[in-house]
Design a protein around this ligand. Structure first.
Ligand code: NAD
Length: 368
């Protein structure tokens, strides 16, 4: 069921982002996965713009009297999807940013949440007459371990995705964008961020610090010249809100995916070095050959797969995908988001790194 979109085109400057008088949406919006890293920042961004916000998630990770929480599992076979239906009833806009963490190697879980759970979201949107759905996809849907330089959204999906996360993010994006092109679905758009970082991220900084503490961050894999995108979380939030506010019947963005980055590709190892130094650790300096590390990660991966019927082993963060991500060029053009959504990053990379480092005082090296 479709209706008219509310909300005007959003402004792209920082002061306007935080203090604009954007028209209130007619009904509440729902953030599925709103207790997660990105989801909670998105909730905060929406509240700053006077949206009425609900969260649907497995868990409640914070308290805010302005936010109504609905706890439930997208994968549960509920009669009539009752938990989700309760959250979506009366809503006009849904953001779907729930996903298992990429570090998991649980194929069934990825399929249940990212594919079947997303079908459930679409079904619930139809049943509740939700008109607008913004999906958090990932730029990794076009990544298969080879160099990507300034790719646009026209680049084909990865034919051989390197992990179940990527495989199911592709399926999820196809489902959502396909539904947006059908007559009875909600209007849909997908945002493809890359390398989200910022305060409260349970992944990048904590994983980096754990690796540094174990002495694993002394090494640069390969020649260390690969350029990548890292995107500050506030910029990703802005991309989502602009997409929601641009999504209306007849809009060119319907059924499309948009890369959202900081628009400042940076050498992967320079970024890691800056982060590590800011946290009081030495930056990596010694080079080790890419093929050696990649082959080793591949052997460990297959060992875990072969032994899985007998014992539970996990490669942790040392996966072929992670090694490839650390050693290849992969940065993405966000020109389409600038043109169609009016997107412009509001927090530049240097400031984003400083803010992030400051937000983890407990992870700073004690001797500094
Ligand atoms: P996160 O793990 O911090 O948050 C995900 C949230 O989804 C969690 O609160 C979790 O409880 C919830 N969730 C998971 N399974 C659920 C289920 N079955 N039912 C209900 N809720 C469920 O992850 P994040 O880093 O904030 O990522 C958010 C989204 O952004 C994901 O879709 C991810 O694919 C995408 N993304 C993240 C990055 C990144 O660098 N973090 C990059 C590109 C895309």
């Amino acid at each position: 069921m479709r209706g008219t979109s509310t909300g005007g085109r959003a402004a792209d400057t920082r002061s306007l982002y935080f203090h604009s008088e954007v028209t209130k949406m007619k009904g509440p919006c729902v953030v599925i996965g709103g207790s997660g890293f990105l989801g909670r920042h998105l909730v905060e961004g929406l509240l700053q713009r006077d949206y009425v916000v609900r969260v649907f998630d497995l868990r409640q990770s914070f308290h805010d009297e302005r936010v109504t929480f609905f706890l439930g599992d997208l994968c549960e076979k509920q009669p009539l999807l009752q938990d989700l239906i309760a959250a979506l009833t009366g809503a006009t806009l849904v953001f779907h940013c729930a996903s298992p963490p990429p570090s998991s190697n649980d194929r069934k879980l990825f399929y249940r949440v990212n594919l079947l759970g997303t079908r459930t979201v679409l079904q619930a949107c139809r049943e509740c007459g939700v008109q607008h759905l913004v999906l958090t996809s990932s730029a990794s849907v076009i990544y298969e371990g080879k160099d990507i330089r300034n790719a646009s959204e026209d680049a084909p999906y990865a034919r051989r995705p390197m992990d179940y996360y990527t495989e199911t993010k592709i399926l999820q994006e196809k489902e959502v964008l396909g539904a947006g092109r059908s007559k009875d679905g909600p209007l849909t758009v997908a945002i493809r961020p890359h390398g989200i970082f910022g305060p409260r991220d349970p992944q990048l900084v904590p994983v980096l610090v754990r690796a540094a503490q174990k002495g694993q961050m002394k090494f640069i894999i390969g020649d260390g010249k690969n350029t990548v995108d890292f995107t500050y979380v506030d910029n990703v939030v802005l991309g989502h809100i602009l997409a929601a506010e641009t999504l209306k019947e007849g809009s060119p963005i319907c059924g499309k995916a948009y890369h959202v980055t900081n628009d400042e590709p940076i050498c992967f190892w320079k970024f890691m070095g800056q982060m590590l130094q800011g946290l009081g650790y030495e930056p990596p300096r010694r080079h080790i050959p890419y093929l050696l590390v990649y082959s080793f990660a591949l052997i460990i991966y297959w060992l875990c797969v072969f032994l899985s019927p007998l014992i539970h082993l996990s490669p942790g963060t040392f996966t072929p995908m992670r090694v490839a991500l650390a050693s290849t060029h992969h940065y993405y053009s966000c020109e389409n988001a600038k043109r169609d959504l009016g997107y412009k990053p509001i927090v530049p990379l240097d400031e984003a790194i400083t803010k992030t480092i400051k937000s983890y005082p407990e992870l700073h090296h004690r001797s500094h």
